[in-house]
Design a protein around this ligand. Structure first.
Ligand code: DC
Length: 224
């Protein structure tokens, strides 16, 4: 169970590059709530393991890295072992590593409480793959935010080109499809749309429209 069931939580789950992070962060800012980017925690674990020379398939060793992860989430920066890792964790290779360590049950178990600790007053918006299913099963509002693979690939392509990375759209689409398949197929906490989650397909929506939709859903839950 959640550690703080009385604190309102909006859980936003969805596939890679769906824009859920941007939407979740803006919803949190609008409400004045805390924000948990749970993917960043998996990314930090993969980065820390790689830096320590730990094989990403060595479950016990990666779980030990996860259990002792020295991470700090500051306003606008994420630190690993005291150093700014905000940019490093966004690298494609780190995302790939995160998806690999995320299939390991003892790694997920080691990271559970750390994620729940983000549930503090006045409320939390959490994004990831299993926010509504495992980490915050009693969340007040659960959203499954997605977009077509083609649109997600286009969005990621534009971001990477803007950062000056030489990338091919076909490769990005293939990576996204592979990552989706792995996140959906794993036996522990797979990516899925829960029966009690609202579907938000952003294929044809702007970020602002998606944010407004989530806020409307939240307001509809409030007593009148
Ligand atoms: O959302 P993201 O792309 O930053 O996540 C990186 C990887 O971490 C993703 O491929 C799957 C994993 N992940 C997870 O298994 N559970 C979460 N709650 C968040 C991310």
């Amino acid at each position: 169970m959640d550690t703080h069931p009385h604190i309102p939580v909006i859980a936003i789950d969805g596939p890679s590059a769906s824009g859920k992070g941007t939407v979740a962060a803006r919803v949190a800012a609008k409400l004045g709530w805390h924000y948990l980017d749970s993917g960043a925690i998996y990314r930090l674990t993969a980065l820390a393991a790689t830096r320590r020379g730990v094989s990403l398939d060595d479950e016990a060793a990666v779980a030990a890295v996860a259990a002792t992860l020295d991470a700090a989430f500051l306003e606008g920066a994420i630190l690993l072992d005291g150093d700014d890792a905000t940019e490093d964790i966004r690298a494609e290779a780190v995302g790939e590593g995160a998806s690999r360590v995320a299939v390991l049950p003892s790694v997920r178990a080691a990271l559970l409480q750390r994620q729940r600790d983000f549930g503090r007053p006045p409320g939390l918006v959490a994004d990831g793959r299993d926010m509504g299913s495992v980490v915050f099963p009693t969340a007040s509002l659960k959203v499954f935010l997605t977009a077509s693979a083609q649109v997600r690939a286009d969005r990621r392509y534009k971001q990477l080109i803007a950062k000056g990375e030489a990338v091919k759209i076909q490769q990005i689409l293939q990576d996204i499809e592979q990552r989706d398949a792995r996140d959906r197929a794993r036996s522990v906490a797979p990516l899925q749309q829960l029966p009690d989650a609202q579907l938000l397909d952003t294929t044809e929506l702007t970020v602002e429209q998606a944010v407004r939709t989530v806020l409307d859903w939240w307001r509809q839950l409030l007593p009148r």
